[in-house]
Write a protein that binds this ligand. Structure first.
Ligand code: GLY
Ligand code: MN
Ligand code: MN
Length: 449
């Protein structure tokens, strides 16, 4: 948990503030519709665990499916209406409690709430006469069809002034979600702390002969045990050459003495995620080639984190990582030539083929533009990003000394820019060669807790 030991939450006041801020950005004669996620069938009559739509959760704090939030910016100070499932004793006995429209108004701080079954009676009237409708076209097909049919009826009605303009709400929401509040930062710190502890436990358990999925099990156990019931993305445990597959997640291989294992895992906690990668030797000791490459990635990562400063632009951390990695690869003989020319030619991309990071928040690759009017965006307090350089040496690259072939290393932290400077939210996961070897040798007592 965070230093206060208290579980963070997003307050009702903050949800009200988010809606007000969004409505202040919308045209007064408009209306915005934001939909909950739908339940997803997994097999026959069994569903995937429900995961709320991030935009909807961000604005409502409401965790049920079959709901619609309608924002009407032009009315008094802006009205917020919710359509949701009604209470139903029979259904609640099987599937658990529902909030219901009556309680939703007070609990979520809304102007009004209605049964979702009344949508056809109420929503067309709200749409009528609006100049503009903000709506995430294409995200939920059933809702697209419904809204289209409402609009068609409006257009075809006698004396109609025509259909309102349909606009995507994405831009305004992306901008709001990109800058995290103090409450959001506390939740993200908790997600990162839970995930960092899980990585420590995985390091302590790791040994030759264990299967990749067994390390995955340690991570999942640790997440759920801390109250984080979902992962932010499929957990990657890639030992040996499997580390070279960027989206590896079959996690089926037996881990071998002498190999590294790349572990990319983060939990989702109360709607916010962590995204952490650590790479370490299966047997607890880096060999010479592994250590040499690891130190380059680590230096690149530290150099990139140093460039996360308010006023710097988005690309500066990436450039720093490219410079350190290219120089390191030259020093080890994996690249030959002059540093500047190699960087200009992108020679490093043979070994470092992704960018240094991405925004992080409610989604692992969180919303937010990286460029503004064509130029890289400036970093500001409230932004959270990953910093995750890597080196991946192809198995069959004959131009590289054999000892380096098939090694894949990534080091990934979650970095928040606050009013006070930079905070590495995932700092509790061991990272230097010494810290990792120590944690692998002495961390066993963590496993019994
Ligand atoms: N785990 C996904 C990523 O690192 O972007
Ligand atoms: Mn990432
Ligand atoms: Mn990751």
């Amino acid at each position: 948990m965070s230093s206060s030991g208290k579980k963070a939450v997003i307050s009702k006041t903050e949800y009200i503030r988010r809606r007000a801020r969004l409505m202040a950005e919308l045209a007064p004669d408009s209306l915005a519709i934001v939909s909950s996620a739908g339940e997803q069938l997994r097999s026959r009559d069994t569903f995937f665990p429900f995961r709320q739509d991030s935009d909807f959760l961000y604005l409502s704090g409401f965790e049920e499916p079959e709901a619609l939030l309608v924002l009407v910016p032009g009315r008094t100070q802006g009205e917020t209406l919710l359509f949701c499932r009604e209470c139903d004793a029979e259904k609640e006995m099987w599937d658990g409690p529902r909030l219901g429209p009556e309680q939703a108004v007070q609990r979520l701080g809304l102007s009004d709430a209605f049964p979702i079954g009344d949508l056809d009676d109420i929503l067309p009237g709200l749409l009528e006469g609006r100049e503009r409708i903000y709506f995430p076209m294409g995200r939920y097909a059933h809702l697209d069809r419904r809204i289209r049919s409402y609009l068609q009826n409006i257009t075809e009605a006698p004396g109609s002034k025509g259909a309102p303009e349909m606009v995507d709400l994405d831009y305004q929401l992306r901008e709001l979600r990109l800058i995290k509040s103090a409450q959001e930062l506390r939740l993200m710190a908790q997600a990162a702390e839970i995930s960092a502890t899980a990585h420590r436990r995985a390091m302590a358990r790791c040994q030759p002969g264990l299967y990749e999925y067994q390390l995955e099990a340690t991570l999942l156990h640790s997440f759920v045990d801390a109250g984080a019931r979902e992962t932010a993305y499929p957990t990657i445990v890639g030992s040996g050459r499997n580390a070279l597959v960027m989206h590896y997640c079959s996690n089926q291989a037996k881990m071998s003495d002498g190999d590294l294992v790349l572990v990319d895992a983060g939990c989702e906690y109360r709607g916010y995620v962590a995204d952490i990668t650590r790479t370490y030797p299966v047997n607890g000791r880096f060999n010479g080639a592994q250590k040499a490459l690891y130190e380059i990635v680590l230096s690149a990562q530290l150099a990139a984190i140093e460039r996360v400063q308010a006023g710097n632009h988005w690309d500066e951390p990436h450039i720093a990582s490219v410079e350190v990695i290219t120089q390191g690869l030259v020093d080890l003989g994996l690249l030959q030539g002059d540093l500047v020319s190699l960087i200009e030619a992108g020679a490093y991309q043979r070994f470092y083929m992704h960018r240094v990071g991405h925004w992080l928040g409610m989604d692992v690759h969180d919303v937010g533009d990286y460029r503004v009017h064509g130029a890289w965006r400036q970093l500001e307090p409230g932004m959270v990003m990953t910093i995750e350089p890597g080196i991946y040496v192809p198995l069959n690259d004959k131009s590289v000394a054999t000892e380096f072939r098939g090694i894949g290393i990534r080091i990934e932290d979650d970095v928040a820019l606050t009013g006070e400077g930079v905070e590495v939210l995932s700092a509790a996961a061991p990272k230097s060669v010494e810290e990792i070897e120590y944690a692998m040798r002495h961390g066993r007592d963590l496993l019994t807790r």
